[in-house]
Write a protein that binds this ligand. Structure first.
Ligand code: DLL
Length: 434
């Protein structure tokens, strides 16, 4: 089993990583200063010239880039290559405001395929694998990003895209799919439909899942691994930086390896912009060191994570990011308490008496915020006594209260009443904003 795709670059010394990053940052800054008027002005506003940047340590001198900058330059204002060199465009739908558009040169697409190949190889996949890509194809980067990486390692690539769940399962079985790529919430739904179809896991050849595009907890990972009898890997990325494959975890499951020779990570305090030390939670920031079409300097992802730099048991030396717990803008503030939906997911799966499908409903009665957590019963529970159901409800309520310090209403709802997701799950309805 080949676990490295590019051992030289995945396992180089920290000194070497530092040198490569320094060299690449210097040329990146020159490039954007010359080619992107918006960046040039931002640097002038900070009193910076390209020659002030001589190593990666100087990155602190450079301005941040935010989603707002992307909106102001919509659609192509931050592209650093002329349009006749752009071979692909993706866009993120953007739940708030205008969508953001990203462009790739041929070299960018080749790099993306290489980095996705590194990711797939971490699962043990190779040219003998059959990889089903159930991320959506289209403007979303998930489908095509995974597709090119799967082809790069020479696997038989099955571009099912998302949706038509029964067909996905038939294909998985008939084609002997060994690696599944989709969101973790869709993986859970696929597991559910497989169970209902009466297909035994022995009839499938599935070994690994490459799941991402949304936050998911360790408990959710165990649930998916158990129900599909596979190893589930966490893959992270965002369209602005490239798409899937910015980082992924290995079999040691102790953080996601960032391909640091191409993406320079930082963690900052999102209120002050101050850089935070290793192993401290904060907002993740990335600089794309080698991208041509759409390079970004110190892009604020709004994802909450932390970084660590110790060598991993797998031999990789690149920085690892903690599983993102959510986005700063997805954090709910309920009666002054900060809550990430993933914390609620953790409690529900820890108790483990219900199904893993849930919905969080926030409302305001008078001046008081209310939170209701709807959790689905499992099919077996339908015949349970009322007393046992009440016990489960109470257990969840106490779990939420002791974890979050927040009194929540817990409602057990009938099996299959919570909407299943085929892509990124929507788990919160905030009626205060409606
Ligand atoms: O979701 C790219 C992607 C596709 C990643 C397939 C992995 C797999 P966007 O639609 O631009 O791109 O959304 C990016 O999704 O800033 C995070 O908030 C969230 N996200 C992505 N992967 C993870 C993950 C794709 N593994 C946004 N864990 C990011 C937690 C994730 N959140």
């Amino acid at each position: 089993m080949r676990l490295y795709w590019d051992q030289k670059n995945e396992c180089m010394s920290r000194d070497r990583i530092h040198d490569i990053q320094s060299k690449r940052l210097v040329s990146l800054v020159k490039r954007v200063y010359t080619n992107v008027p918006y960046y040039r002005e931002k640097m002038h506003a900070k009193g910076i010239l390209p020659e002030d940047i001589t190593s990666i340590e100087d990155i602190d001198l450079l301005p941040f880039t935010t989603k707002q900058d992307l909106r102001e330059t919509y659609p192509f204002g931050l592209f650093a290559s002329p349009m006749n060199e752009i071979v692909r465009v993706h866009a993120s739908s953007g739940t708030t405001g205008k969508q953001t558009v990203v462009g790739y040169t041929q070299k960018d697409i080749t790099l993306w395929s290489e980095l996705m190949a590194r990711c797939f190889s971490m699962t043990g996949a190779d040219k003998s694998s059959v990889i089903q890509v159930s991320y959506g194809y289209g403007l979303f980067t998930g489908g095509l990003g995974a597709h090119y990486g799967a082809e790069r390692i020479g696997a038989a690539t099955v571009p099912t895209s998302s949706g038509n769940t029964q067909r996905q399962i038939n294909i998985m079985k008939d084609f002997g799919v060994t690696v599944l790529c989709c969101t973790p919430s869709y993986a859970l739904y696929l597991a559910e439909v497989i169970e209902e179809s009466g297909i035994s896991l022995d009839e499938l050849k599935l070994k690994a899942g490459v799941f991402g595009a949304e936050p998911w907890t360790e408990n959710m990972r165990s649930e998916i691994e158990r129900r599909l009898n596979i190893k589930a890997y966490d893959i992270y990325g965002l369209s602005e930086i490239m798409g899937p494959g910015v980082s992924m975890d290995c079999e040691y499951k102790n953080g996601l390896h960032i391909w640091e020779d191409h993406f320079y990570p930082e963690i900052i305090n999102s209120d002050t912009g101050e850089r935070l030390p290793a192993n401290t939670d904060g907002e993740l920031v990335f600089t794309t060191l080698t991208k041509e079409g759409f390079p970004l300097i110190r892009y604020r992802t709004r994802d909450v994570s932390s970084l660590s730099y110790e060598k991993c048991g797998c031999g990789r030396t690149v920085a690892r990011m903690a599983k993102p717990s959510g986005r700063t803008d997805d954090m709910l503030i309920i009666r002054g308490v900060n809550v990430f939906p993933s914390q609620i997911e953790s409690v529900l799966l820890e108790i483990g008496e219900t199904s893993p499908h849930y919905m969080i409903i926030i409302d305001r009665v008078g001046t008081l915020d209310t939170i209701e957590i709807q959790v689905e019963l499992t099919v077996d529970m339908l015949s349970d006594e009322v007393k046992r159901l009440e016990d489960t409800e109470n257990k969840i309520r106490r779990g939420i209260e002791s974890t979050l310090g927040l009194a929540a209403k817990v409602t057990l709802v009938e099996s299959k009443t919570i909407q299943r997701s085929e892509g990124k799950a929507v788990r919160v309805i905030d009626k205060r904003k409606l």
